[in-house]
Ligand binder design. Sequence first.
Ligand SMILES: Cc1cc2nc3c(=O)[nH]c(=O)nc-3n(C[C@H](O)[C@H](O)[C@H](O)COP(=O)(O)OP(=O)(O)OC[C@H]3O[C@@H](n4cnc5c(N)ncnc54)[C@H](O)[C@@H]3O)c2cc1C
Length: 407
Amino acid sequence: MKNPNIVILGAGYGGIMTAVKLQKSLGANDANVTLVNKHSYHYQTTWLHENAAGTLHHDRTRIAIKDVVNTSKINFVQDTVTEIKPNEKKVLLEDGELSYDYLVIGLGFEAATFGISGLKEHAYTISSINSARLIRQHIEYNFAKYNNEPEKKQERLNIVVGGAGFTGIEFVGELANRVPELCKEYDVPRDQVRIINVEAAPTALPGFDPELVEYAMNSLEARGVEFKIGAMIKEVTENKLVFEKDEQREEIETNTVVWAAGVRGNSLVEEAGFEANRGRIPVGDDLRPEGYDDVFIVGDCALIMNEETERPYPPTAQIAIQEAEHTAANLARLIKGDKHLEPFKPDLKGTVASLGDSDAIGVVFDDKKLFGWSATAMKKVIDNRYLLKLGGIPLVLKKGKLNFFNF
Ligand SMILES: Cc1cc2nc3c(=O)[nH]c(=O)nc-3n(C[C@H](O)[C@H](O)[C@H](O)COP(=O)(O)OP(=O)(O)OC[C@H]3O[C@@H](n4cnc5c(N)ncnc54)[C@H](O)[C@@H]3O)c2cc1C
């Protein structure tokens, strides 16, 4: 009998962790496992805001797939998925096609722009190594250009970040550290540069503990970040952003708008015909969409409900990794003939948001609040723990954040 084909789409947190776990739990004669990814590397999405601000080089964030996946056990295909055909058990790639017996979808997120005029065309998003590198270069170019034009254009020095949720706050935290360096490098007075964080909700970091929110805003404001809270972005053009606050319309001259206010699952998954809810696919506790026993969805493309709050769990790396580990174990059971799949329940260890490289806030172990250096150290522990799981001590030593006393 032929070995079953397991195809994993995407080498983000969900995809690569599924592959790494399967390579440990399955023998060469149990299944043929294929991992498909756009690039030859995995990247830590949770570090991309640092790459975008220019506080961390993107080579620290990306990890060659061959360094963590044993390519003699797992067939790695570097290609772009163009279509998923679940009824034919096929996946189309730019350069070929694959058939599967079991499919794991981990194609991650894309920006949700909620139909805001001009956002798609003119705003930047922090969504991949390439998009982060573009933001860094664009900001640097503006600084370089500012003193090389007859007319000084303020739009070059106003950096607007849409959204004061987790990603937006982490990004402005990095910018607050980076901007003084850029000012020195390009002879630009610090007081000419504005970092403006626009949020539609009545608070920054909606859903976070109010004491932590206040701490975060004070820390960022002290470093020059301006907040526009309760402000709804209405339009983005090549050189301005329009928002409405308290029924007043305001404009900011800017050619740098970074949109960090909403994500949805990769649209390829919805286009495959799975029933979707705001771009994410509702899955059962076995992480399979209804009616498709041969498809597992992990990470940001999957929608799972929190029964206590009756709301979906937010898309996070933490959950993507746990879903991947769980799916790999369930797949190994199926391949070995056990039809009983274990139900998945996230085991939330807490949340820590960085506010630059030496400040952070977080809640861990159910309700322990962390501020400042203890939160920063905890963030590094979380990051290093992931690297340890993925590639052991050598990967932690190569890519980890080991400067625990950099406060
Ligand atoms: C700046 C930022 C900071 C964050 N911080 C945190 C944090 O501190 N903690 C936390 O838990 N979460 C955080 N998140 C959220 C977290 O990063 C996501 O929830 C997580 O990346 C989802 O993992 P995933 O495996 O679903 O997808 P991803 O990690 O996005 O990976 C998707 C993979 O699929 C590949 N891919 C996409 N399309 C195709 C295609 N068509 N063909 C082939 N390959 C394709 C991509 O190249 C990528 O490798 C943050 C997100 C951002 C943007």
